[in-house]
Design a protein around this ligand. Structure first.
Ligand code: ADP
Ligand code: MG
Length: 682
């Protein structure tokens, strides 16, 4: 008996070369192999007499070879092999193109199992390139539900299939982690059946059942992990803030807080005076004023003698936060500093020294702020901005920086509740569902290509009035097939042929981080009139002077993403506009985009988006802080997710600390999941 942790090289047919190919797929051990699940299946279970086969419906049949295969060389690169086969019901001519293997293997007088698709009409039936194997061998490619695996160069499905089969023969599948009661309640296969059936299902229905089990398992482990984290935190204690006098802070603000801001601040105050570490997510649309909640928290921390760290995802955002917060805090006697990667080593050293000596109350920076080099005297509060870039695992790392500091995260991505539970299942949530007064909604229009001259004229008009414009394209490089606008090409076109007299700038995701930030900062300083960009401008940079955003081929984006992009304008006092262009006349697409023109409610847009596109697209691959599920598909398996969440919550209450083999195995799995997540989330 082998073990799950044994290397795959113990298998027949896997030497060092093959092992390298498997490694490309992150498969090193038998366990990895068993957890390498098919991405789909081909149902090859039907075995019929030839005369019962239907045209165009693939099936298996057992037949005898009636002559010696004859190969004709038609022309260079085209060899044609023909062979007659028959069963008790009919005869059939098989044709193979460039198939030496068939020509050599098929032997006169022998029987084979074939799998192929019948074509033809009243003139006669035929079949090209069927798959075949001996009826005496174990079914590999016929008479079964064939799993189709994710592969990589050099590895074919057959090799994968045989390797998995050997692994399943040699060792027991991963241990059962789902309590029996849960399996019964939700009609879930046991682990040993499911891990076997996902690779070797007897029929398609069994494949579905196996998949359901594994999806449920993934959700269950993840939710249970979050619940355990939550429970562990409930045990933690931290000194409650005694001084919660906010009036001086309110007095220092140049505006009155909105009701929603006040409520969120109220939640925050309750957290920090509870004696337990705060873990709060503040969610609100772009421009809703989340920073003020963070500022209020930093203010209280300072009043109570603790330091705060505010992390932003980019240097330019960090700088903007530093500018506004240091101005607000200086008169209140709160010492703010900026710490970013692009500072000179000397500057960094000086700032770090001050942080260590508690001469700084609030340190603003990128997440380099939390590198080992930065030591706080007394870190009481960590604030993360635009938090969808930080995963669960990273959050726990942050907490280790201080002595269980309070944690406040801000996100501008409105997230439907189901997803919020997945991403932030361990956080309390405050929602800011109100914009500061006087904010004008961004006027949004959907237009076709015939409006091009008017769009151009409108861009010019905005610039003449002293404003700036964003033009967002779905791609960087031209792609003939898709016919979509590419930022680099479009920037050049605009500069050369449309606006030779305007200053056009380009920014895209393939530029280096520093380059990108420099470009963005230059645009924010007004050094260009038009910024042509890919979606890299999505995250929170403030350019109050930008009043127009043109989004080319808007149908290429998700609604939530469009909504985020649109939030880049309308940040100053001027009326702002968003123009969506599309070549797509599909009524659904048009309806979807029109919905965006009508509403500015991020949560409603997010719900719509989730319904239509599913969460993978919803966040865009780039910024997803979602755990990488192997089998689960969040758009399709939402009900299972809810079930697994309910089941895991119940499990934590009754069995969270029990010593059943399932409970022990489950806790182990949770441990590996969150460890693995650590490396992949950033
Ligand atoms: P976001 O939620 O996108 O982070 P910010 O905190 O950056 O929003 O706030 C957007 C702008 O609105 C900032 O310029 C901020 O000073 C301003 N602001 C925040 N709260 C209010 C308010 N209650 N009244 C007026 N302006 C506000
Ligand atoms: Mg913000």
């Amino acid at each position: 008996m082998a073990r799950l942790s044994d290397p795959i090289t113990i298998l027949k047919g896997i030497g060092p070369t093959k092992a390298k190919q498997f490694a490309e797929l992150n498969i090193f051990t038998l366990g990895d192999l068993i957890c390498h699940f098919p991405r789909t299946y081909e149902d090859r279970t039907r075995l019929l007499p030839i005369d019962k086969m239907e045209v165009d419906v693939p099936a298996c049949f057992r037949a005898m070879v009636m002559n010696t295969p004859r190969t004709a060389h038609i022309r260079k690169g085209l060899d044609l092999t023909r062979v007659q086969v028959a069963d008790h019901s009919a005869r059939l001519t098989l044709t193979f193109f460039n198939n030496k293997y068939a020509a050599e293997q098929l032997q006169y007088g022998k029987e084979y199992i074939f799998y192929g698709t019948l074509t033809g009409d009243f003139v006669g039936y035929s079949m090209t390139n069927p798959i075949f194997e001996s009826p005496d061998s174990l079914p590999v490619a016929t008479r079964r539900v064939l799993p189709i695996y994710p592969l990589t160069a050099g590895l074919n499905n057959n090799t994968m299939l045989k390797a998995v089969r050997q692994a399943l023969e040699l060792c027991d599948p991963p241990a059962e982690i789902l309590p029996e009661a849960v399996r019964r309640e939700y009609d879930i296969l046991s682990a040993d059946r499911a891990y076997y059936a996902i690779h070797e299902p007897a029929n398609m229905a069994e494949a579905e059942l196996a998949k359901k089990r594994l999806v449920f398992e993934e959700f269950f482990v993840f939710s249970a992990g979050l619940a355990l984290m939550r429970a562990a935190r409930a045990e933690k204690k931290t000194a409650a803030y005694r001084d919660t006098e906010m009036q001086p802070f309110y007095d220092a603000l140049p505006f009155r807080l909105t009701g929603a801001q006040q409520r969120a601040i109220g939640d925050m105050i309750a957290d920090v005076s509870s004696g337990k570490p705060m873990n709060r997510l503040v969610q609100g649309d772009v421009g809703s004023g989340k920073t003020m909640v963070a500022a209020a928290a930093a203010y209280l921390a300072a009043r109570n003698g603790h330091q705060s760290a505010l992390m932003a995802p980019t240097e330019i955002l960090a700088e903007q936060h530093y500018q506004s917060l240091s101005k607000l805090f200086a008169p209140l006697g709160i010492r703010t500093a900026l710490l970013t990667g692009s500072m000179t080593p000397k500057q960094k050293r000086e700032i770090r020294e001050k942080i260590t000596n508690h001469e700084i109350d609030l340190a603003v920076g990128t997440h380099a702020l939390l590198s080992d080099a930065t030591q706080f005297a007394d870190l009481g509060l960590v604030i993360a901005d635009e938090q969808h870039r930080f995963g669960v695992a990273q959050r726990s790392k942050l907490s280790a920086k201080g002595d269980d500091p309070h944690l406040l995260v801000m996100s501008a991505t409105p997230i439907p509740r189901t997803l919020a539970l997945l991403m932030y299942g361990d956080l309390e949530v405050s929602i800011i569902n109100e914009l500061p007064p006087g904010r004008k909604a961004v006027d949004t229009f959907l237009v076709g290509e015939s409006y091009r001259p008017r769009i151009n004229a409108f861009i010019r008009k905005q610039v003449q009035e002293g404003h700036q414009c964003f033009v967002v394209c779905p791609a960087i490089e031209e792609n003939e097939d898709l016919g979509i606008k590419a930022a680099s090409v479009w920037a050049e076109t605009l500069q050369k042929t449309v606006f030779p007299d305007l200053r056009i700038m380009l920014i895209h995701g393939q530029m280096k981080g520093a380059e990108k930030e420099a470009a963005m900062a230059a645009f924010a300083r007004g050094e260009a009139d038009v910024l042509v960009a890919t979606t890299v401008i999505e995250v929170g940079v403030d350019v109050p002077n930008a009043t127009l955003m043109v989004i080319e081929d808007a149908d290429r984006f998700g609604l939530s993403q469009l909504h985020q992009l649109r939030g880049r304008v309308g940040r100053g006092g001027h009326q702002s506009y968003c123009i969506l262009t599309t070549h797509n006349h599909n009524p659904d697409t048009v309806a979807r985009l029109k919905a965006l023109c009508k509403t500015t409610d991020g949560f409603r847009i997010a719900e719509e988006d989730l319904k239509m596109r599913g969460p993978g697209d919803f966040f865009g691959a780039r910024q997803s802080g979602l755990p990488a599920f192997r089998v689960a598909n969040l758009s399709m398996d939402l009900q299972l997710l809810k079930d697994a969440q309910a089941a895991s919550a119940a499990w934590i209450n009754t069995e969270g600390t029990s010593d059943t083999p399932e409970a022990i195995a489950l806790r182990q799995r949770i441990g590996t999941l969150f460890q693995r997540a650590e490396g992949t989330m950033n």
